[in-house]
Write a protein that binds this ligand. Structure first.
Ligand code: ZN
Length: 266
């Protein structure tokens, strides 16, 4: 199994209720099905809070991001052979991870996120893969063990992704494009900015494919509020500005992404 002990780096072996390495470092499985491999955790909140994770779960269940999910799966099917090992780092509440696990039934899928709240919410999707609380900047995953890694709107730790991938391994990265959710931001802020374009160059990787996934959805005020609650803007926006969304009858919103397929150089 590609998960490694965060204390000594030895392989972890999965038992019924815990994971253990050969030096007897023991990590209990939580009732919600994940294992906490984050060292020095003091019980404080990391990453998405429970309200954010629940908002994201609700939005994903409503199908707003289904076109992106399908585009991502299409890119993965075109490039990836089963059986394989796939790591989703910064997996959140595992919307994409579950779809990947269903599509690549032969694959071993690993999911990590710094937020145990998000991994707890993931249980609602009945995941059939291992989930670990961990930082993307210090992944408890063996070097050179993964055929593919996913980075979907999550913090990108280039060195760690490169380390866990096999030579020739694939990195599927999704980023928001300039006009993604622009109307939503315009409805909340006096001046709304477009997202900054990102360079596609990534040292140590080639880029066999990149594609754009664009679509528009008409949303009610309640749907807009829930969508806003799962964005990074939610925590830094005044409540009176967020309330503007509730009074909107309906609004057409742009969804716009780029999917990069990177390949680690051999
Ligand atoms: Zn150990």
């Amino acid at each position: 199994m590609p998960f490694i002990c965060p204390v000594c780096g030895e392989n972890l072996i999965e038992g019924k209720q815990s994971f253990v390495c050969r030096r007897s470092h023991l990590f209990d499985k939580a009732k919600k099905g994940y294992v906490n491999l984050l060292l020095g955790h003091d019980g404080s909140q990391h990453g998405d809070s429970k309200p954010m994770a629940l908002a994201r779960y609700e939005v994903m269940q409503s199908g707003l991001y289904a076109p992106l999910k399908e585009a991502l799966l299409a890119a993965m099917r075109a490039h990836l052979q089963a059986p394989c090992v796939i790591a989703d780092c910064g997996c959140g509440e595992c919307y994409y991870t579950c779809a990947v696990s269903d599509t690549f039934a032969q694959a071993e899928v690993l999911a990590t996120d710094i937020s145990k709240e998000a991994l707890a919410v993931a249980k609602r999707r009945s995941p059939r893969f291992l989930r670990a609380v961990a930082s993307s900047f210090n992944l408890p995953i063996a070097s050179g063990s993964c055929d593919a890694a996913l980075n979907i709107f999550s913090p990108f730790a280039k060195e760690e992704y490169r380390r866990i991938l096999k030579p020739g391994g694939l990195l599927f990265m999704v980023i928001p494009l300039e006009k993604h959710l622009l109307e939503l931001k315009q409805a909340v802020y006096e001046s709304a900015y477009e997202n900054t374009p990102k360079s596609s160059a990534l040292e140590g990787f080639s880029l066999p494919e990149e594609s754009v996934c664009d679509y528009r959805k008409t949303l009610s005020g309640a749907e807009l509020s829930t969508l806003f609650a799962m964005t990074p803007y939610a925590i830094k926006t005044a409540p009176q500005d967020v309330q503007k969304l509730e009074s909107i009858d309906c609004l057409e919103v742009q969804f716009s992404f780029k999917i990069f397929v990177y390949q680690k150089q051999r």
